[in-house]
Design a protein around this ligand. Structure first.
Ligand SMILES: O=P(O)(O)OC[C@H]1O[C@H](OP(=O)(O)OP(=O)(O)O)[C@H](O)[C@@H]1O
Ligand SMILES: Nc1nc2[nH]cnc2c(=O)[nH]1
Length: 186
């Protein structure tokens, strides 16, 4: 995994713009959790975290959910440390575990939408009883698919965003807010 120098890291941090502060993001998580509880109270869903970016979203949702549920993960990535997407690479697809389940796919962002659409299609192909999705953020842009997530925390501008699990060149996933990279850094 490639590294940034401290000078590069601090430069990106100084230039980035705040999109949603910690309080706004935490409120979005409360709303997402409420929507999930309403849909899945009696369904014993299988939450499917999309690694890596979805880890923080799943981790902040789980303790807010007071319902019977289980957790598994898929690992599918298009960006792989870059700021524009490419082909989807599957690294973990738990096909057998998905058969007959009410699956809720959990990810950090719906941008072009290709990643989520492909994961949802894969779950259907693997025999899920139902498949819905939740994302922390949806980008305000035209998407490359007709598929839309069922539950969306925040809408963010069409800029490269980071924080709360979203990376910039593998860094900033731990930022406690959602930030947009400056044009010169994208
Ligand atoms: O809507 P799309 O344009 O398809 O992009 C969304 C995907 O991009 C990011 O993953 P990425 O491929 O960067 O991998 P990561 O989870 O390791 O960050 C993000 O976590 C979503 O899964
Ligand atoms: N970190 C990050 N990952 C993405 N994947 C697709 N779009 C984005 C984005 O704006 N930021």
């Amino acid at each position: 995994m490639s590294k940034m120098t401290p000078e590069q890291f601090h430069g990106v941090r100084q230039r980035m713009d705040l999109i949603a502060d910690q309080a706004a993001v935490e409120r979005a998580f409360d709303d997402m959790a409420q929507a999930i509880e309403q849909r899945y109270a009696d369904k014993d869903p299988l939450l499917l975290c999309v690694v890596t970016g979805g880890i923080v979203t799943a981790g902040l949702l789980l303790p807010r959910l007071d319902i019977q549920l289980r957790l598994d993960y898929v690992h599918a990535s298009r960006y792989r440390g870059a700021t524009s997407g490419g082909e989807l690479h599957w690294r973990h697809r738990p096909s057998e575990a998905i058969q007959g389940e009410h699956v809720l796919v959990v990810d950090d962002i719906f941008d072009e939408g290709c990643t989520m659409a492909a994961i949802v299609d894969a779950c259907v192909a693997d025999g899920a009883a139902s498949v819905q999705s939740v994302v922390l953020a949806r980008k305000e842009r035209a998407h490359a698919t007709d598929y839309r997530p069922d539950i969306i925390g925040l809408t963010v501008p069409d800029r490269y965003v980071m924080g709360y699990g979203l990376d910039y060149k593998n860094y900033f996933r731990n930022a406690a807010g959602i930030y947009a990279a400056a044009d010169e850094d994208v």
